[in-house]
Design a protein around this ligand. Structure first.
Ligand SMILES: [Ca+2]
Length: 383
C-alpha cells in the first residue's frame, strides 16, 4: 500500500483512506439532509458555472472573529479575505466555520512519519500482499450485491459513458468496499489542518479547502458535517473537492450532485474515466510471456511505453492474442508470492491510474472488477 502525499488531487486521498479506514464497517452516512431518489431520471451534466449572486449556505453560521484552534493564523485570515473577494462568502460565516475547525495532530504526526518514501521498488511478494486486501469475499460479494441492486443505473452509465459496470464497481470496491470504509474524519478538520499546518502541501490543500467550501455552499451541505478520509476524500468513490467540482454528475436527476448517493457515484466515476481517456470496448491488461535474459533490463511501470516490436526484441510477447493492439503498451511487473508476473497495460490501465497513480491500485481494481463480473454472471445464470 503506497501512502504518500504526492502532487495529485483525488489520488492521494484515495490511497490514504485505505489505510485509515481498514476494518471500519460503518454504514454510509449522509452528511446533510439531502433528498435521494430511487428512480433514475435523465442525468444532468456537472455545472460549475459561476453565479453572479452567490448561493446561500445551508446553515447561517456567523461569528465576529475566529476562536478555537485556528484563532491567530494570519494565512487563514488571508484565505477568508480571498474567499470573500473572489466567491462572495461572508467573513462572519467563515469566521464561525473555522472557529469550529479542529487541528488534527494525529494526521500531522502520521504524515511526518511517512515522508521518508523508502524507494527501491516493491519487494518480492508485495503484489500478493496488496491484492489480498481487496480480493476478498466482502469486496467481491459487495460488488455483486451492488450490481443487482443498481443494475439499471450501472447499465445506463455503461450506455452513456462506455465504461463497463465491473470497472465502476472495482473502483468503489477498492476505495470504500461499497461504502463500508468511507472514513471518519470531518472534512473541514482534515482540509483546514493540511492547508494551514502542513507547509509541504499547503498550496494543494488550500485549493481543496476552497473547493470544499464552494461545494458545500452549492449543494446546500453543512460544511461541518461531511466526513471522509484524513486527506479530505469523500463518499463511496472518495472524490476530493476539486474532483467533485470538475467531474461529479447528478446521475439520478434529483437536482443535487451527492457523493454519498450510489447512483451519483456510479455516474461520477464513469464520467471521471471518460474525462481521463477511457476507450470503450478495449481491454485493460493482457498477460505477457517472457523469455531469455533481456526482458529484465526493461523499465516497468504504468507510465512506460513500448510497441510490440520492441517488446518482442526483448523476449516479451502477449500471452493471448490481441484483436487490435494499441500503438503503445506499458510493461508491468507484479511481484507475487509465487514469483514475478509480467503484464501489458493498455491505455485503459493508464486511465485507472488517474484515480490513484499506482500499478498495484489499478491492477487491484482490474482483478476485483473481473471477480465481481464473474460472480455476477454466475449468480444471474443460477437464477
Ligand atoms: Ca443526485
Amino acid at each position: 500500500m503506497r501512502i504518500s502525499i504526492t502532487p495529485l488531487h483525488l489520488v492521494i486521498a484515495a490511497t490514504l483512506v485505505m489505510s485509515g479506514c481498514a476494518g471500519n464497517t460503518a454504514a454510509v452516512k449522509k452528511p446533510a439532509p439531502l433528498t435521494s431518489a430511487s428512480t433514475l431520471k435523465t442525468p444532468v451534466p456537472s455545472a460549475t458555472a459561476r453565479q453572479s449572486t452567490p448561493p446561500v449556505p445551508a446553515v447561517n453560521y456567523s461569528a465576529a472573529k475566529i476562536t478555537g484552534d485556528y484563532a491567530g493564523y494570519p494565512v487563514l485570515g488571508q484565505f477568508i479575505q480571498r474567499m470573500a473577494d473572489e466567491h462572495g462568502f461572508s467573513r462572519e460565516y467563515l469566521y464561525a466555520v473555522f472557529s469550529k475547525a479542529q487541528r488534527k495532530q494525529w494526521t500531522l504526526d502520521y504524515l511526518s512519519k511517512e515522508t521518508g518514501g523508502g524507494g527501491g521498488g516493491p519487494a518480492p511478494g508485495a503484489w500478493s500482499r496488496y491484492r489480498a486486501q481487496f480480493l476478498t469475499h466482502l469486496h467481491i460479494n459487495g460488488g455483486i450485491e451492488f450490481w443487482h441492486k443498481h443494475r439499471a443505473c450501472l447499465q445506463q452509465a455503461a450506455d452513456r459513458y462506455g465504461v463497463p459496470p465491473e470497472y465502476i464497481l472495482g473502483i468503489m470496491g477498492v476505495e470504500t468496499a461499497f461504502g463500508r470504509n468511507i472514513g471518519k474524519h470531518r472534512i473541514i478538520d482534515a482540509l483546514t489542518t493540511l492547508a494551514f499546518d502542513y507547509p509541504r502541501r499547503a498550496a494543494y490543500f488550500t485549493g481543496e479547502l476552497e473547493k470544499f467550501l464552494l461545494m458545500t455552499r452549492a449543494e446546500k451541505i453543512d460544511p461541518l458535517k461531511p466526513v471522509g478520509s484524513y486527506a479530505g476524500a469523500m463518499g463511496l468513490g472518495q472524490f476530493m473537492p476539486s474532483s467533485f467540482l470538475q467531474w461529479a454528475v447528478d446521475f439520478n436527476g434529483d437536482g443535487v450532485r451527492d457523493l454519498w448517493q450510489p447512483e451519483d457515484v456510479v455516474g461520477s466515476i464513469a464520467n471521471y474515466f471518460v474525462a481521463h481517456g477511457w476507450h470503450p470496448n478495449e481491454p485493460v491488461v493482457t498477460p505477457a510471456a517472457v523469455s531469455g535474459a533481456q526482458f529484465a533490463a526493461l523499465e516497468t511501470g504504468f507510465d512506460t511505453h513500448y510497441d510490440l516490436k520492441a517488446l518482442s526484441q526483448s523476449g516479451i510477447r502477449p500471452a493471448r492474442a490481441m484483436a487490435n493492439p494499441p500503438d503503445k503498451l506499458s510493461l508491468l511487473r507484479l511481484r507475487a508470492s509465487h514469483g514475478d508476473e509480467y503484464w501489458l497495460g493498455h491505455p485503459n490501465f493508464y486511465v485507472i491510474t488517474r484515480y490513484n497513480h499506482s500499478t498495484h491500485y489499478a491492477m487491484a481494481v482490474h482483478e476485483l472488477a473481473q471477480a465481481i463480473k464473474q460472480g455476477y454472471l454466475d449468480s444471474v445464470a443460477a437464477r
